[in-house]
Design a protein around this ligand. Structure first.
Ligand code: ZN
Length: 199
């Protein structure tokens, strides 16, 4: 890419490192950014730095938030006895959009994948178990994706939690195999939640 100035090449290279952005998209974005008014570029850049600096993990459910505890965990109307375990904050957002789930969440930040070398210690499982020990919980709803990794993780969690006597359920199929929760419509998500089965 020597036919671009080194600054533009650098921008294209940085953008192409983002997930889902190939070189072509990166070029398109880079030239779009070059054509924006300077103030807009500053806004874009500072929103990225600010988000990265201010955002932290909720001390209870580990979703991303800008305070010690996220708004869901702080909400006294949410049922703290019911914990839905999801792989990432996007899945949490998908269930929140249905507006029907009244419990709280636990965000694992990944799923167990022997293929990718991601073991139980690499995701927020220990934190889930600590949480189950320190607070009264009636049900753990496992809402990991229906991919191989999601199913492996669900089985693993179920084995860990069941001996504690807490009810463990898994959201129903209806969520397509291999499907990421974040791309599934709200009706299907609700049906999967309502049709959850005890493990
Ligand atoms: Zn939280």
């Amino acid at each position: 890419m020597e036919y671009y100035s080194s600054h533009i090449s650098n921008l294209i290279e940085q953008l192409s490192r983002l997930p889902g952005i190939g070189v072509k998209s990166a070029q398109r974005l880079a030239f779009h950014i070059m054509n924006l008014p300077k103030e807009e570029v500053n806004l874009l850049a500072s929103s990225m730095t600010q988000a990265r600096e201010k955002i932290q993990y909720c001390k209870s459910c580990f979703t991303l938030t800008d305070e010690e505890f996220c708004p869901i965990c702080r909400n006294l109307r949410r049922d703290q006895n019911q914990i839905m375990v999801v792989e990432n904050p996007r899945d949490l957002a998908a269930y929140e959009k249905t507006g029907k789930y009244e419990g709280v969440y636990h965000v694992l930040h990944g799923a167990i994948s022997p293929m990718l070398g991601i073991g139980p210690d690499e995701i927020r499982l220990k934190e889930l178990m600590q949480r189950l020990q320190s607070q009264e919980v009636q049900e753990v709803i496992i809402a990991t994706n229906s991919s191989l990794e999601g199913e492996t993780t669900a089985m693993y969690i179920s084995k860990l939690v069941k001996p504690t006597g807490i009810k463990v359920t898994r959201i129903a199929s209806g969520v397509p195999v291999g499907g990421d929760l974040e791309y599934i419509d709200e009706v299907t998500l609700l049906r999967a939640l309502e049709g959850r089965v005890e493990l």
